[in-house]
Ligand binder design. Structure first.
Ligand SMILES: NC(=O)c1ccc[n+]([C@@H]2O[C@H](COP(=O)([O-])OP(=O)(O)OC[C@H]3O[C@@H](n4cnc5c(N)ncnc54)[C@H](OP(=O)(O)O)[C@@H]3O)[C@@H](O)[C@H]2O)c1
Length: 254
């Protein structure tokens, strides 16, 4: 009972109709990173309903193939790239070809990410945790954005970044690697917003609160807390992309 009241107050229901989504996304090319699970998968399913053409990115090739089949069954175009976005050389080489591969992109959802909770003292021999988290949550977002900005400019496109509301309170013990990477990405997006005129692309941030996904549900505490569903989080990203706003944040976030 208390959980459902809290859900209602702290995580009020989010929805958007397929009809409304189709008005904006039908026939447009949308690129999504982290499409195979959680928020990204929910986003992909909603965009399939909206008849968008999709380019999906993640590591799990089997899942990417299944999702692309669904897109095609719906009469739309689908492509995918199975890639570990932390692999700098592979990513940079692919970004070079991507520019030519996708001349017009309407929306780039930079959503792939990984959270990690470990204290600094427990990380004394784990520099790789900081490198990998930064490579995925920050560097890959910047690399893909730089490569696709010319294609996004062609059609007044948007970059939508899935950040975390927790990165607005970045000094929480245990979260140094995750928050540093999310804060770096936030700063990049906020700077891009100030450069909007020259950039020719709208950059938007969703400061997402807790969402029940495979990532958050590994933690038993989070699993039992009220939170948005993955579909509700997808609706937040889609509504942001459809709006002129720079950011989404929950009403209670300072
Ligand atoms: N869940 C929350 O409470 C919450 C709250 C705030 C912000 N967020 C943010 O929301 C985004 C999505 O998270 P989620 O909760 O939906 O997590 P999730 O269910 O674990 O999904 C993460 C996605 O990222 C992809 N990914 C992970 N590592 C990758 C890599 N090295 N290379 C390429 N793709 C990779 C995964 O695909 P593969 O495994 O197939 O590669 C998967 O599709 C993240 O940026 C996260 O920081 C989540």
């Amino acid at each position: 009972m208390l959980k459902s009241i809290l859900k209602h107050i702290v995580y009020p229901a989010k929805s958007v109709s397929d009809k409304k989504l189709a008005e904006i996304f039908a026939g447009k090319l949308v690129v999504i990173t982290g499409a195979t699970s959680g928020i990204g998968e929910a986003l992909t399913l909603r965009l399939i309903g909206a008849k968008a053409n999709l380019f999906l990115i993640a590591r799990n090739e089997e899942k990417l193939r299944l999702l692309c089949d669904k897109v095609r069954e719906n009469g739309c175009e689908a492509r995918y790239k199975a890639i570990d976005l932390r692999q700098r050389e592979e990513l940079d080489a692919w970004c070079e070809t991507l520019k030519k591969e996708l001349p017009h992109v309407s929306f780039l959802f930079c959503n792939a990410g990984k959270s990690i909770k470990r204290s600094i003292y427990s990380s004394l021999d784990r520099m790789h945790d900081f490198d990998r988290t930064m490579d995925l949550n920050y560097r890959s977002m910047v690399a893909l954005s730089l490569s696709l900005i010319p294609s996004l400019r062609e059609v007044d496109g948007h970059i939508v970044y899935t950040s975390s509301v927790s990165s607005r309170y970045p000094f929480a013990p245990g979260w140094s690697a995750y928050h540093a990477s999310k804060c770096a990405a936030n700063v990049w997006c906020r700077t891009a917003r100030r450069e909007r005129k020259k950039l020719g692309v709208k950059v938007q941030i969703a400061y997402m609160p807790l969402v029940h996904t495979p990532m958050s549900d590994v933690n038993d505490t989070y699993k039992n807390l009220p939170a948005f569903s993955a579909d509700e989080a997808a609706c937040i990203l889609l509504k942001l992309a459809m709006s002129n706003k720079f950011r989404y944040k929950p009403w209670w976030a300072l």
